[in-house]
Ligand binder design. Structure first.
Ligand code: ADP
Length: 270
């Protein structure tokens, strides 16, 4: 059974149709990226995945539970299983120390103190923030704050984390820190759904979904998505390295599956 399954899902905010007839599946353990121009419905889709929004039409199923029919305890279970990380780290941290912040979710689950301690220590270790446990969150850098926000989700022991532009407000160092955290979590089996406007980030995912005007216009492997000119038609630029490979291909037979700097360098050096 797929962890996430959308069947002909539509969503309307009063007069605005934000999503229309979107069908997709995500399996446990996958790392997928969602890309699309501003206003294409990415954030709406993210919020449908943990039942912050319920569809106006069609079905969203999380681990087999249809969100629109879920009881309130099932809704909480969906939110525990599918955690959300948003763009602005300052809006996500609520407590006066890092460890209190990470403990917030498990405390709301009513878990025993010993189990809360175990989860907080484990989650901080996963994001490399153990030595900041006693720090005040507002004294951290943007990348560190986002890692604490991710730890807060991890402390709920989720199956999946949906990240809505988690690096958009970070400097290059912060982006790198968050990126390394995400790749390490994926290796440990956590399902990741990353909404991003950084095409270089999307290129590292296993699969990419492309939204335009509320419709899922394409899904596939990164090289399928980036080897076609349609991205430019909807106002997205492929990663710089893909554009460079296109230009080089006029002279050198670079294969189509090359879409990262590392792969291009390796191929050219060989
Ligand atoms: P994206 O994340 O791709 O920028 P969104 O899901 O935020 O797209 O928005 C999709 C469409 O829904 C846009 O036309 C946007 O203006 C509209 N929209 C988003 N949120 C609201 C809201 N709370 N009320 C009314 N319209 C909204």
């Amino acid at each position: 059974m797929p962890l996430i399954q959308l069947e002909n899902v539509s969503y309307r905010y009063n007069q605005v149709t934000a999503l229309s007839e979107v069908s997709l599946q995500v399996q446990q353990g996958e790392f997928v990226a969602i890309i699309g121009p501003n206003g294409s419905g990415k954030s709406t889709l993210a919020q449908l995945l943990n039942a912050l929004l319920l569809p106006s039409g069609g079905k969203v199923r999380i681990a087999g539970i249809t969100t629109a029919d879920a009881t309130s305890s099932e809704i909480w279970e969906i939110r525990r299983r599918v955690g959300m990380v948003f763009q602005n780290p300052d809006n996500q941290l609520v407590a006066t120390t890092v460890e209190e912040d990470v403990a917030f979710g498990p405390e709301n689950l009513g878990l025993p103190q010993k189990e809360i301690r175990r989860r907080v220590d484990w989650a901080l270790e996963q994001v490399g923030m153990t030595q900041f446990a006693g720090f005040e969150p507002h004294k951290l850098s943007g990348g560190q704050k986002q890692r604490v926000a991710i730890a807060g989700v991890l402390a709920m022991e989720p199956d999946c984390i949906v990240l809505d532009e988690p690096t958009a407000m970070l400097d290059p160092q912060g982006r790198l820190e968050v990126w390394e955290t995400l790749t390490s979590l994926h290796k440990k089996g956590i399902t990741l759904i990353l909404i991003t406007h950084f095409m270089e980030e999307a290129a590292q995912a296993q699969r990419i979904f492309v939204l335009s005007q509320g419709k899922l216009i394409k899904s596939g492997l990164p090289h399928d998505i980036f080897s076609q000119p349609f991205l430019k038609e909807i106002g997205l630029r492929p990663p710089q390295i893909v554009e460079l490979a296109w230009q080089l291909r006029e002279q050198i037979p670079i294969p189509p599956h090359i879409y990262t700097t590392e792969a291009l360098v390796n191929w050219l050096c060989r």
